[in-house]
Design a protein around this ligand. Structure first.
Ligand SMILES: *[C@@H]1O[C@H](CO)[C@@H](O)[C@H](O)[C@H]1NC(C)=O
Ligand SMILES: *[C@@H]1O[C@H](CO)[C@@H](O)[C@H](O)[C@H]1NC(C)=O
Ligand SMILES: *[C@@H]1O[C@H](CO)[C@@H](O)[C@H](O)[C@H]1NC(C)=O
Ligand SMILES: *[C@@H]1O[C@H](CO)[C@@H](O)[C@H](O)[C@H]1NC(C)=O
Ligand SMILES: *[C@@H]1O[C@H](CO)[C@@H](O)[C@H](O)[C@H]1NC(C)=O
Ligand SMILES: *[C@@H]1O[C@H](CO)[C@@H](O)[C@H](O)[C@H]1NC(C)=O
Ligand SMILES: *[C@@H]1O[C@H](CO)[C@@H](O)[C@H](O)[C@H]1NC(C)=O
Ligand SMILES: *[C@@H]1O[C@H](CO)[C@@H](O)[C@H](O)[C@H]1NC(C)=O
Ligand SMILES: CC(=O)N[C@H]1CO[C@H](CO)[C@@H](O)[C@@H]1O
Length: 428
């Protein structure tokens, strides 16, 4: 997977002229000042594989001086275009009449050129077959590697490859990563603490089948009876079918768009008030990306793939080797800065392994004069200089997809990460 993305990077460093300009996305507002590109990059000629990318310039007169950020969604098998771009932090979101609405205030291309890649092969519009090669590249601007969830597996490996390839350990990482299956995904205590499951169910999760066991079974496509009983049936029954585990606060999307009283209030969403994301957005993205005219506009599905576009394809069995890898040692390699919005346990382990000391006191960080969440920084201290290498941050009221539920806080985190400045603290 990583070598394929490496060739995509080469594409962007060699020349943008390889890339295909999007004239206009269907339903896009007229006065858009930044350019967008998308299409396929053939990554493995012998095996005939092509990765789909969407690249959006920073919305700035000095776009070419701003950094380049790569974003990968996880899964494994989930689409960066569907989730990252259209649901989380891209410049547009589909509205219910098919037009695109500007993500005016919180799009990450306000701060950086953004590259979204549907990876690995088989995900979203990425597919298998063809040839060509891009073998030259030079780092000409700052690169940031970001993503969420299973991208916690992709990114450290990709970073290592970039470092080995480039011999310039000049890469900064940020993500909400799955770094260790046994630590990262246990949900029992969380659901219990939120009152969503009973004491008995928590006991079953602790003794019979927990989330990492279930995840392994999912990835190997071999479900056991006990996991099916505990995690697929009993937990679902208690939590209820109208609630998503990764976003307990998200309202259910009304089935029919005719129920106007339940229509999601976009104005409220944009101001980030009292909402946890638009529950109908995912359905609109699905409809949008499956439209033939949208696919033509973004140069996707040029080979008429025999299945429709979807958010996630899974399980991707060829990732088995990767599965149980503990990525923490790999993250430790020469990373310059890492912003983690994952468990505190992982941040602490990383800090210990890298012999970093804590700087700031554990405490709140701020977004728009409100507590955005809590954070702590780790780094190295010498007499003359303290250097932060790692920041652990939580996002208050966020669910799994932080930029979806908490776009303003997400942009503040992203900005602070890019500018290498600490998260805003009171009187900081
Ligand atoms: C990369 O940099 C080297 C040395 O500066 C130069 O010779 C080469 O042409 C550059 N490659 C590209 C693709 O710009
Ligand atoms: C686009 O045009 C609308 C209406 O004229 C205006 O409100 C908006 O600020 C413009 N956006 C940009 C990015 O120029
Ligand atoms: C579609 O919906 C958006 C947002 O609700 C609105 O701004 C736009 O005018 C609508 N367009 C059409 C063609 O109805
Ligand atoms: C894959 O095969 C199809 C059918 O032969 C061909 O049209 C297409 O160009 C190939 N893909 C690439 C990226 O060349
Ligand atoms: C999850 O279950 C596996 C297999 O039963 C066990 O080895 C592991 O320790 C459990 N993890 C936690 C955090 O309970
Ligand atoms: C989970 O349960 C549902 C019915 O409750 C069933 O249709 C589905 O196949 C189960 N999933 C797995 C992976 O066994
Ligand atoms: C690709 O296009 C074909 C029609 O040519 C359509 O049936 C299929 O659903 C599309 N697949 C994807 C992945 O968009
Ligand atoms: C580095 O951080 C420590 C707290 O861990 C602080 O006491 C010290 O003054 C800082 N040094 C510099 C140069 O800022
Ligand atoms: C590519 C990039 O942004 N590199 C930066 C990573 O962070 C270190 C330490 O702050 C900087 O020195 C690099 O320039």
């Amino acid at each position: 997977m990583a070598p394929r993305i490496l060739s995509l990077f080469m594409l962007f460093y060699c020349s943008i002229s390889y890339a295909e300009l999007i004239t206009s996305l269907p339903g896009q507002p007229f006065n858009v000042s930044f350019k967008q590109y998308s299409g396929y990059v053939v990554t493995d000629g012998r095996h005939g594989q092509a990765l789909f990318y969407y690249f959006v310039e920073a919305e700035s007169p000095i776009a070419s001086f701003l950094p380049l950020t790569l974003w990968l969604n996880g899964g494994p098998g989930c689409s960066s275009l569907g989730f990252g771009t259209l649901m989380e932090h891209g410049p547009f979101k589909p509205s219910d009449n098919g037009s695109l609405i500007r993500n005016d205030y919180y799009s990450w291309n306000l701060e950086s050129n953004m590259l979204y890649v549907e990876s690995p092969i088989g995900v979203g519009f990425s597919y298998s077959n063809t040839s060509s090669d891009y073998m030259n590249w030079n780092v000409t601007r700052n690169i940031f590697l970001t993503g969420e969830s299973y991208a916690g597996h992709y990114i450290p490996q990709f970073a290592k490859l970039l470092i080995d390839y480039n011999k310039r350990p000049d890469i900064n990482l940020s993500r909400n990563p799955l770094l260790d299956l046994d630590i990262s995904i246990q949900a029992g205590d969380y659901l219990w603490a939120h009152g969503a499951i009973s004491d008995e169910m928590l006991y079953l999760e602790r003794t019979v089948c927990n989330n990492s066991k279930y995840m392994r079974e999912y990835l190997y496509d071999q479900y056991s009876d006990e996991c099916n009983c505990v995690l697929n049936i009993s937990v679902n029954t208690e939590v209820g079918k109208d609630v998503q585990f990764d976003n307990l606060l998200l309202r259910k999307c009304p089935l029919s768009s005719s129920s106007n009283s339940e229509q999601f209030d976009i104005a409220i969403a944009r101001r980030g008030l009292g909402v946890t994301g638009d529950p109908c957005l995912q359905g609109r993205i699905f409809a949008y990306l499956n439209k033939p005219k949208v696919q033509r506009a973004i140069h996707a599905n040029t080979t008429h793939l025999p299945f429709n576009w979807d958010f996630c394809q899974g399980p991707l069995l060829y990732q088995e080797d990767n599965l149980d890898m503990n990525l923490i040692p790999l993250v430790g390699i020469k990373i310059q800065k890492s912003l983690l919005t994952q468990t505190r346990m992982i941040a602490n382990n990383l800090a210990r392994d890298l012999k970093l000391v804590t700087f700031s006191k554990y405490g709140p960080w701020y977004d728009k004069k409100q507590v955005g969440g809590w954070s702590q920084s780790f780094g190295t201290a010498t007499e003359s200089k303290n250097v932060t290498y790692l920041t652990f941050a939580t996002v208050r009221r966020a669910a799994y997809k932080v930029a979806f539920t908490s776009p303003s806080q997400a942009l503040t985190l992203f900005r602070s990460f890019l500018s290498k400045s600490p998260l805003p603290r009171p009187r900081d």
